[in-house]
Ligand binder design. Structure first.
Ligand SMILES: Nc1ncnc2c1ncn2[C@@H]1O[C@H](COP(=O)(O)OP(=O)(O)OP(=O)(O)O)[C@@H](O)[C@H]1O
Length: 315
């Protein structure tokens, strides 16, 4: 039995103007995971989601969801896929509850007041159920988008930048909601500009740029593969050059010779151990230091580093 819920093979999209938004994308999404798709503006994230949700017609390639090829058997599969788009496009004059209930009907499901109430309550929207959507704040409008997607009980849910422009508190509420959906067995693919969000939420992370998937990995494996430890050692006295005793370490002399900078490790703890060795070597060489600042790079650093590296390679 396969636990793959979505399989994308060689997916390419060339828009009529000639922009190649997706370039032979391969991606497999597993049942029950939260997958974060990270990429800069214009990378192709929305196009990828649109292709799976039937909003964008692929130029070539294959999308198989729930074992059905979407090119030929889209009906059954699409009803199981939900989308929370970046912006509300319709419904602005409708009351909240009505709009959410209508979404359910769109997917051919029978009305279910209890389910709608549960969804609205879980998103703290119940008190606002009779208000027109246009009268809500931006954050509340976003909750309505999520409620609409949850109302039809999808098995696979796409969230296109779900927390862009919402405040920290609401973002945390949404993360909790997403977690609750996962606990119910929903598979979630989210796109985000907030690296922190991917780091907090995702089981796996895919990095996309210029329509190409640069890397897909378990979040922790990605950190281990690409993570770096950085340590700044403040010296008691400035030096003009690095002593031989520490030449075997990946270090440089900075800030007019008053700091030694270490950049190394692979995110597995090797960096920290090496910094400990480095301090011993400094002490052994009679070099006095007055402070050490050590940190591991975040997913954000990894992402920026990777995208910059690719740009460098292109040049
Ligand atoms: N309907 C369209 N017609 C022509 N080009 C388009 C269309 N939609 C998107 N594009 C182009 O395709 C590329 C990918 O866009 P897409 O919206 O998929 O990226 P994205 O990663 O979602 O970006 P963002 O993070 O800014 O939302 C961009 O160069 C964009 O200008």
């Amino acid at each position: 039995m396969s636990d793959t819920i979505l399989e994308i093979e060689g997916l390419t999209k060339v828009y009529s103007g000639g922009v190649k938004a997706l370039d032979s994308v391969d991606l497999e999404i597993k049942q029950g995971e939260i997958f974060a798709l990270l990429g800069p503006n214009g990378a192709g994230k929305t196009t990828l989601i649109g292709a799976v949700c039937g909003l964008v017609r692929p130029t070539s390639g294959r999308i198989v969801a729930f074992g059905k090829d979407l090119a030929t058997e889209w009906r059954g599969a699409r009803a199981r896929i939900g989308l929370v788009p970046q912006e509300l496009s319709t419904d602005m004059f409708e009351p909240v509850k009505q709009a959410v209930a209508y979404s359910r009907g769109l997917f051919g499901l029978p009305p279910d007041d209890a389910r709608i109430e549960e969804v609205l309550r879980s998103l703290n929207l119940w008190e606002k159920r009779d208000e027109k959507i246009m009268a809500l704040s931006g954050g509340m409008k976003r909750r309505v988008l999520i409620a609409k997607a949850m109302a039809h009980e999808p098995d696979l849910l796409f969230l296109d930048e779900p927390t862009a422009g919402v405040d920290v508190e609401l973002r945390k509420t949404m993360w909790a909601q997403i977690d609750a959906m996962r606990a119910r067995g929903v598979t979630i693919i989210l796109t985000t500009h907030y690296i922190e969000e991917a780091e907090e939420m995702a089981d796996r992370v895919g990095i996309i740029r210029d329509g190409r998937i640069l890397m897909v990995d378990d979040k922790s494996a990605m950190m281990a593969r690409l993570g770096r430890t950085e340590a700044i050692i403040d010296l008691a006295n400035p030096m003009t050059e690095l002593p031989d005793a520490i030449s075997r370490f990946p270090v440089s002399l900075e800030s007019d010779g008053i700091q030694i900078c270490y950049r190394g490790g692979d995110g597995t703890g090797k960096g920290k151990a090496e910094v400990a060795d480095l301090t011993k070597a400094l002490t052994g060489a009679g070099i006095d230091y007055v402070g050490i600042d050590i940190r591991d790079s975040s997913l954000e650093d990894i992402f920026v580093g990777l995208v910059e590296r690719k740009e460098g390679e292109d040049a």
